[in-house]
Design a protein around this ligand. Structure first.
Ligand code: FAD
Length: 1008
């Protein structure tokens, strides 16, 4: 049973995206020290930094290497790219390509000889890269590019590859304690570790499949047993003994808010079982902190396990809290309540947080009202100090574990800590060694977070550490850089935060303000219950109302609508823009109703529905911006004196907008608002399947101020109503999105008309492919494939249809793809835990079943999602993937969740691109590769309107990824792009001979 939501939990919830200045104002007082304490902290921090700097000069090792190649240098980024990918690439050809790709860029020479470090100087580069096989002569040291060429020529690429792999392993080993838990435990006995406690982390990232989750579970179990058996002298309680860190995302393939019920039912018992095992062996367990949208879920799991009868009285279960999150102080407050309720302490590892850059990016993409994390480093530090104080002042609730490598933070904790109160510091293996050698000498306990695993498993971890070390705001980077004055390194964050003119970082605009001239559409995350709950409640209330019926129009009514449109008064551009901006606001205000309608009428899941509402609002604001920019004022053209020349854009007349059922709101609104923004009256014919959404959209547009005569809705069949509209001589243009076949029919109908030849803007289907080489990360590929192929039940024109896998990487990708597809949940689209809703109608279902039957005969089924028994007989079609022998097996778009997978040899990449092009479509394409040359090759060769690299290939954002294809996929211009409106307009020039009446007065006036 869930625990009640107490006031601290409510406060926590309300603070998800808290205003930064408010949050900071609350914390400053708590973080600030009395002047005398503050002085002591500065002295202590200064001493620490000076000692570290002296000792670091003596051992010029990895720290200086990382500093030399910090992430503000191109070479640092390139090196990180090599580190991230090289070790996992199975085939030599691709590995060599990656090396050539990265080492041929960048100014490696400038690093040569700049540093005394053994690792940084060129000789050691040679040694590191080639394992003593090749050493650099003095002449080569000045020219790394040439040196590399010679090296490759002399030693051969295989040697360079082996050497570089060796180098990367060296770098990786810096951050890994051992390949197996046995190795790691053994190493913990070495002299360098004698002063430390340890928490072992079984490397591995999120599980994508049930099998992965089981493998991680078993790894945790056996690690706990090994740690339990490990004797540590003088360690008498769980705080002193070695422990283990657990990543919840590794233990469940769907550890996400939307799957909360399932996660609670399945993951809680797993964590419980590990915790009980750990208790038996007196091994402390800490749950790692992950992404912001998983915070509350992790708290629920923690609370459930912590409160379980089997763990009563045991203080060995803890969790990490990220101070960079605005909710952090409330998490501490809530945890104190949980601890007191259970009458025992919680081990809390206070960290600053490891996912800052991705949290900021995600919030921007999701259009959130704010950021879940602070946007200034000093604010994160202040939050850390305030949270630490709360923990220190609640010794009955917490055993404090302060994880930081920052000397100022360390010095403050020492200052605040009452004598005799048990606590410990924590650091990551490979980081902060010098600092903590000092701190432990001062008598303070410190635990090392000790990653355990093979090289392949550590890559994502390694990248996080490289990002952390390479950031120029990072303490570990600054402490090692002797050009930064000590006083600046140990600056008091409270003073720094207060000195800032604004609490929030002005260089990181709020997600809403991302686009400057126009507002970003408002979004929310479902995990943010304070924001999501009211919307969800409204969706539920709409779900129970009966659906209105919209009657079809007749061809005569369609004609009448065009007649009315012809007489419509169109307001000037500035007014049209204002109307469209009001429409955007109204669409957002009606988000719940639209999401409910999209689920009921179009089978859209809630996240898809939200995305569509946001896209509709973005269209309104984007076209409003373009209308103001291009239609409000004539453009002055340069010409001879005595003459004025202006170019003006004007509407053409009634535009017919024919939209599809798969984006019944966004595309409908996009077409209509573009035509109106350009000064045209509109007659809109929605898809037969989705008239209700269209009708509601029209109401909103009219409410926003679109004149009634300027917008008519004529629902009905394409063959009658659509045909009547297209063939009318009143129609001054047609915007259409739908199948290539219908586009051809419209084109012919327009051509058959007498009268003016009018613009026809068509967006049609695609046979979209994704190309994956062996430098790609299989887990990331699968996440993007599942989203691209199966979201919206594959019923997007941008959806992935053909996945082309380089043969060396294919087995692993296919294995994960199968496991991840098995985790998809089909069902009622209005339920948050549904991944895939129904297909649009019986015709669509029949077509998919027929194609699947053909594939069953001709191809190999790779995987198929489960179709629950109660959905059989409905409009559900289980997503699936087939392996086909070659691209010849498919030649047309199959609109639904059927993915075709084909393997290719690395040397045939160009041929694959050509074969995809040869299908004649040109809508979207995806590439997953870490090799820029490969990406560039595809970019230069591919005929695709939208090419996506290392991400999914759906969900184009208005104004960011203008959408539309070429060839069989459409006429252009791109919807949501800067050129779209022009196609809806007439261009007129206006020339006045200003010298006609009495000569050229202005020329004469300006003559000398
Ligand atoms: C034992 C241990 C366990 C850990 N476990 C976890 C864990 O479970 N989950 C997790 O997320 N991390 C974890 N970490 C990683 C930890 O978050 C980082 O090591 C830590 O943030 C580094 O902090 P610092 O005090 O050493 O460095 P500092 O350099 O003083 O601080 C770096 C912090 O500032 C943040 N920051 C940088 N720029 C900005 C900005 N403009 N605005 C706001 N904040 C900014 C960074 O994101 C980072 O959090 C763990 C670390 C240790 C030592």
């Amino acid at each position: 049973m869930d625990q009640p939501v107490t006031p601290p939990r409510e406060r926590l919830r309300a603070a998800y995206l808290r205003d930064e200045s408010e949050a900071l104002a609350d914390l400053i007082g708590e973080a600030r020290l009395a002047p005398e304490s503050s002085r002591r902290v500065q002295d202590r921090a200064r001493t620490l930094v000076e000692k570290v700097r002296t000792s670091q000069q003596a051992v010029a090792g990895m720290q200086s290497f990382l500093r030399e190649y910090d992430l503000s240098s191109q070479e640092g980024v390139l090196l990180m790219c090599v580190a991230e990918a090289l070790l996992r690439i199975p085939d030599a050809a691709t590995a060599d390509k990656l090396i050539r790709d990265k080492l041929s860029q960048g100014d490696w020479e400038r690093h040569v000889g700049r540093n005394n470090s053994l690792l940084v100087n060129a000789g050691t580069w040679g040694m590191m890269l080639t394992g003593k096989l090749v050493s650099l002569d003095a002449a080569s040291a000045g020219n790394a590019g040439a040196w590399f060429g010679r090296l490759a020529a002399r030693a051969g690429e295989p040697v360079v590859r082996v050497a570089l792999r060796q180098g990367m392993k060296l770098m990786a080993e810096q951050f890994v304690m051992g390949r197996t838990i046995g190795d790691a435990l053994e190493r913990s006995r070495s002299a360098e570790h004698a002063a430390y406690r340890h928490s072992y982390d079984m490397l591995g990232e999120a599980a994508f499949t049930a099998a992965d989750a089981e493998r991680y579970f078993a790894a945790y179990e056996s690690a706990i047993d090994s740690i339990a058996a490990h004797r540590v002298e003088g360690a008498s309680n769980v705080f002193q003994r070695p422990g283990i860190s657990i990543k919840l995302s590794a233990l469940h393939p769907r550890y996400e808010y939307a799957q909360r019920e399932r996660v609670m039912a399945e993951l809680v018992p797993r964590v419980q079982s590990l915790a009980e095992r750990a208790r038996r062996g007196e091994v402390g367990v800490t749950l790692d902190a992950e992404e912001a949208d998983r915070l509350e879920l992790s708290l629920d799991i923690f609370e459930r396990v912590f409160a379980s009868a089997a763990l009563q009285g045991w203080e060995g279960l803890g969790l990490a809290v990220q101070a960079y999150q605005k909710r952090a102080p409330f998490v501490i407050e809530w945890l104190a309540e949980v601890a007191r309720r259970q009458r025992r302490r919680i081990m809390v590892r206070l960290v600053k947080g490891a996912y800052w850059d991705s949290e900021v990016k995600r919030a921007q993409m999701q259009g959130l009202a704010g950021y879940p994390v602070y946007t200034r480093k000093a604010n994160t530090d202040v939050s850390y100090l305030a949270c630490a104080r709360r923990m220190i002042e609640a010794p009955d609730a917490f055993y404090g574990q302060f994880a930081t490598h920052n000397a100022q933070t360390v010095a403050t904790i020492i200052e605040r800590m009452p004598a005799g109160q048990p606590f410990e510091f924590q650091r990551l293996h490979g980081m902060g060694d010098d600092l903590y050698d000092e701190v432990t000498r001062m008598g303070h306990a410190c635990r090392v977070y000790a990653p355990v695993g093979s090289h392949e498993d550590l890559l994502p971890y390694l990248v996080r550490r490289l990002l952390e070390n390479g950031a120029n705001t990072s303490f570990v980077n600054r402490i090692a850089d002797s050009s930064i004055p000590v006083e600046s390194v140990i600056a008091d964050p409270v003073a720094a935060a207060q000195a800032n003119a604004s609490a929030a970082n002005p260089r990181i605009p709020l997600p809403r303000d991302l686009y400057g001239e126009r507002a970003n559409s408002a979004g929310f995350v479902f995990a943010d219950e304070a924001a999501a709950a009211p919307v969800m409640a409204r969706i539920a209330s709409f779900a129970s109302r009966p659906l209105e019926r919209i009657a079809d129009a007749t061809p005569a009514q369609a004609q009448r609508a065009l007649e009315v449109a012809s007489g419509a008064e169109i307001p000037p551009a500035a007014e049209r823009a204002a109307i469209l901006e009001r429409a955007a606001d109204l669409i957002e205000a009606n988000v719940a109703q639209f999401m409910a309608l999209l689920a009921r009428e179009a089978g859209k899941t809630l996240p898809d529905g939200l995305g569509e509402v946001r896209e509709a609002a973005d269209f309104c604001r984007y076209y409003a911006m373009l209308a103001r920019r291009h239609f409000a004022q004539p453009e002055e053209l340069t010409g001879p004196t005595g003459e004025s020349n202006r170019l003006m854009l004007a509407g053409r007349g009634p535009f017919v907008c024919i939209s599809p059922w798969n984006f019944p709101l966004a595309i409908f609104v996009g077409q209509v608002t573009a035509a109106f923004a350009a000064g045209n009256p509109v007659v809109a014919k929605p898809a037969e399947q989705t008239p209700l959404i269209a009708s509601r959209a029209v109401e909103v547009l009219l409410e926003a101020g679109v004149p009634r005569a300027a917008l008519s809705l004529v629902p009905g069949p394409g063959e009658t109503v659509g045909a009547a509209l297209v063939s009318s001589l009143r129609t001054a243009g047609v915007a259409f999105t739908g199948s290539t076949g219908t586009a051809r029919a419209i084109n012919r109908a327009l051509a058959a008309r007498d009268g003016p030849i009018v613009p026809f803007i068509a967006e049609t289907g695609g046979l979209n492919a994704m190309l994956v080489d062996s430098s790609a990360l299989p887990e990331q590929v699968v996440a993007d494939v599942i989203a691209s192929a199966f979201n919206s039940a594959g019923q997007r024109c941008s959806a992935l249809r053909i996945l082309c896998l380089q043969e060396e990487i294919a087995p692993r990708v296919i294995e994960i793809l199968a496991g991840a597809t098995a985790e998809l949940r089909l069902g009622d689209p209005a339920r948050l835990d549904t991944d895939v809703g129904p297909v649009i109608d019986a015709d669509a279902l029949r077509m998919l079943e027929e194609h699947a039957a053909k594939m069953d005969r001709e191809a190999k089924l790779i995987c198929k999602a489960k179709l629950p028994a109660d959905l059989k007989g409905g409009l559900f079609f289980a997503p699936r993937a087939y392996e086909i022998a070659s691209l010849d097996a498919i030649d047309h778009e199959v609109f639904g969740p059927i993915l075709h997978v084909v393997r290719f040899a690395a040397a045939d990449l160009e041929k694959v691109v050509d074969a995809v092009n040869a299908k004649g479509y040109g809508l979207t394409m995806g590439v997953h590769s870490r090799i820029e040359d490969t990406v560039e090759l595809v970019r230069a060769r591919a005929c695709a309107g939208n090419l996506y690299v290392n991400r999914n290939m759906i969900g184009a954002t208005v104004g960011v990824q203008p959408f539309g294809g070429e060839g069989l996929s459409g006429t252009g211009p791109k919807a949501g792009g800067p050129h779209y409106l022009f196609r809806f307009a007439n261009e007129r020039t206006f020339t006045v001979n200003t010298a006609a009446a009495g000569g050229n007065a202005s020329l004469i006036a300006s003559s000398e």
